[in-house]
Design a protein. Structure first.
Length: 278
């Protein structure tokens, strides 16, 4: 039985993994920042020495874009140094490290979907800090998987929860019409992450729901699933710099691994699961 440590277990993907993984199949360890602060290498070392994980899944991170811009030191501490600490300690015990990353490592200027062989060029503090984390992992670990995704939603604050809250209060939703990506549910992403616990695949993978849309189209689909079409206004807003951060799951296909479902199907399932506006 493998020991599996989920770091940042209270976040979107951490919560989904907690619900998904079979505690009869794996010996599970779940922590958040109050239990193990990944920015403190000594604490990471002590915890890893105690539980001896075979697989570490790092879901921890500062993901709020505005928070990262306001406090870049914190963003780099958690997103980059935290990843470094986990990589160093994972390497020491030959554990597999699965790191969650983001589409924001790219500049959003490409006129097609980004695959794993395209060169990152992050433009935001969030993207730069996550990319720095990737580089640390590549430098300090030889048994890692980096999984990039986009517009992840699930338990907690995200665009879906924002739109649901606005709709519940019959208030306007603001959404960019020139920002494109692949909405991906935490539940679908967790299924992809889980594949890497037992397989021998390593490297960088993109894992997003099939299809893509603008923020406006995303908001419209949310309202459609709530049965509130025509009753909630969606205000179109132009992003100052048009952004295309659509990802291509090329490596999942090459390695014959499962891909997430269509984004509209995942969204419908998520809204049904949480009971809509209840």
């Amino acid at each position: 039985m493998k020991n599996v440590w989920i770091v940042g277990a209270s976040g979107h993907v951490g919560t989904a993994l907690t619900e998904l993984l079979d505690c009869m199949k794996y010996k599970m360890f779940f922590t958040d920042s109050t239990e193990v602060d990944v920015t403190n290498r000594q604490l990471v070392h002590l915890y890893i020495t105690r539980i001896r994980p075979d697989v570490i899944i790092n879901c921890a991170g500062i993901t709020n874009m505005e928070e990262c811009e306001k406090n870049p030191e914190l963003a780099y501490a958690v997103n980059a140094i935290g990843a470094r600490n986990l990589a160093v300690e994972a390497q020491a015990i030959e554990a597999k490290l699965i790191q969650l990353s983001t589409d924001d490592v790219f500049d959003g200027k490409l006129d097609r979907a980004y695959n794993e062989f395209d060169t990152p060029n992050p433009q935001t503090v969030y993207g730069k800090s996550k990319y720095a984390g990737e580089k640390f992992i590549e430098a300090f670990s030889n048994k890692y998987v980096i999984i990039r995704s986009s517009w992840v939603y699930g338990t907690g604050r995200d665009f879906v929860s924002y739109a649901l809250n606005q709709a519940k209060n019959n208030e306007e939703i603001e959404a960019h019409i020139n920002e494109y990506a692949c909405p991906t549910s935490a539940e679908e992403l967790a299924k992809i992450v889980a594949q890497f616990i037992d397989n021998d695949c390593l490297g960088i993978y993109h894992a997003v729901c099939k299809g893509s849309c603008s923020r406006y189209e995303f908001a419209s689909e949310i309202i459609k699933n709530l049965g509130k079409e025509g009753t909630i206004n969606i205000k179109t807003v132009e992003h100052p710099n048009p952004v295309n951060s659509v990802l291509d799951n090329m490596m999942l296909r090459i390695d014959g691994l499962e891909e997430p479902c269509q984004w509209k199907d995942a969204l419908k399932s998520h809204i049904s699961k949480i009971g809509g506006l209840k």
